[in-house]
Design a protein around this ligand. Structure first.
Ligand SMILES: [Zn+2]
Length: 378
């Protein structure tokens, strides 16, 4: 088995859906290569925790983030029902809830779906439902994220993050459509619709009309269908129906607040993720066998950004430290800053290219440059 498979566990057990930590940690294998870059890097990352006797799971700052995100979301809805604010004040408080949802998805749901928050599976499992609370089916998200992204970064036809619905051409291995010449111009408009698409269409498509082979082959448990409908029902009820029925708001006002919330969620989540793999400096492998080692695959296809800005990391759930995230997805993101320093230093020592953009704005610009290039070149 190549280390790509070992690092990210190519075929995770569908029952669990999360690659086991052991498969990543014990991927060392060949002792003759003990001084190779991947092995030295992995050893140093592991030693960071063992030398300091600290857990790779949530620390105090992470529990603080979880409490803050949940408190702001709950507080915004309590405020809506206690004070029943009018017109723009209603929209403002509703949007505050939307910001809390964005924060919770990036900072908590992503980590919990990687089992990165607690050593207790039940705690991670409970926090996974944050996605369902935000209108996204957590079970399907887990399948798409682990099997359709972590195991096949930037692989055309396999990496779900490269699905452009013919609106976008995200890889050079995809045929080009004439309108994609303008994709760098219309990108932000469609990114703003990303979460609306996810909430209304994508989850249902993935369950009932799947396009990926691995989804077609997967027999989902009946309870996951029940959770899909219950989760969507709960979300649409509290986001759309109750404000009309209980608060007496007009459907138009509620719809406006709902769409504005999704514009924030869609733009934020799209830009936070798109800037990590699809920028003009990252590589798009033509097959899994382009790299005989998963660590090199991650370094070639992933770029960090704004790693010296702790505020960015705090807001985006450490996803700007994306190389570390792919190397150690089972580690809580509040540790990423320290681990990225090890990654940078080791990569420099071994002469392995480390891709990064100094700020998030630069990362967005370089994402748009890639879109422009892919839209105009064959
Ligand atoms: Zn991930």
């Amino acid at each position: 088995m190549s280390e790509t498979e070992a690092v990210v566990n190519l075929k995770p057990d569908i029952e669990d859906l999360v690659p086991s930590e052991a498969s990543a940690r014990h991927s060392a294998g060949d002792p003759a290569n003990a001084s190779s870059f991947p092995k030295v890097l992995r050893r140093r990352l592991e030693n960071f925790f063992s030398d300091r006797h600290i857990s790779p799971k949530a620390d105090r700052s992470m529990w603080g983030k979880i409490a803050l995100g949940l408190a702001v979301l709950a507080g915004s809805w309590i405020a809506l029902y206690v004070f029943n604010p009018d017109s723009w004040k209603f929209v403002a408080v509703y949007l505050l809830g939307g910001l809390a949802q964005t924060f919770l998805m990036l900072n908590i749901a992503h980590d919990s779906n990687h089992n990165a928050i607690s050593p207790l599976p039940s705690v991670n499992k409970a926090l996974n439902y944050v996605f369902d609370l935000c209108g996204i089916n957590s079970y399907m998200w887990r399948i798409l994220h682990h099997r359709g992204h972590h195991s096949c970064i930037n692989l055309h036809g396999e990496d779900d993050a490269l699905t452009g619905r013919r609106i976008f051409r995200f890889t050079p291995h995809e045929p080009r459509a004439p309108w994609q010449r303008f994709q760098h111009i219309y990108a932000l408009f469609f990114y703003a619709l990303f979460s609306l698409d996810y909430v209304f269409l994508r989850d249902f498509e993935c369950f009932f009309f799947p396009s990926h082979g691995y989804l077609k082959r997967t027999k989902h448990p009946v309870r996951e269908y029940a959770i899909l409908f219950a989760g969507k029902g709960f979300y649409f009820t509290y986001m759309l129906i109750l404000p009309v029925l209980l608060l007496g708001k007009s459907l138009l006002l509620v719809a406006l607040a709902f769409v504005l919330t999704h514009i924030i969620v869609g733009l934020t989540v799209s830009l936070v993720f798109q800037t990590t793999h699809t920028v003009d400096s990252t590589y798009f492998p033509s097959s899994r066998s382009d790299f005989d080692n998963g660590v090199y695959h991650i370094f070639a296809t992933t770029a960090d950004y704004a790693t010296s800005n702790p505020l960015v990391a705090w807001l985006v759930g450490g996803l700007n430290h994306h190389i570390v995230h792919h190397l150690c997805p089972f580690v809580c993101h509040t540790h990423y800053g320290s681990l990225t320093r090890i990654v940078k230093q080791t990569a420099e020592e071994y002469g392995v290219p480390y891709r990064q953009n100094p700020t998030m704005t630069r990362a967005i610009v370089h994402h748009l440059i890639l879109l422009k290039r892919l839209g105009s070149e064959a």
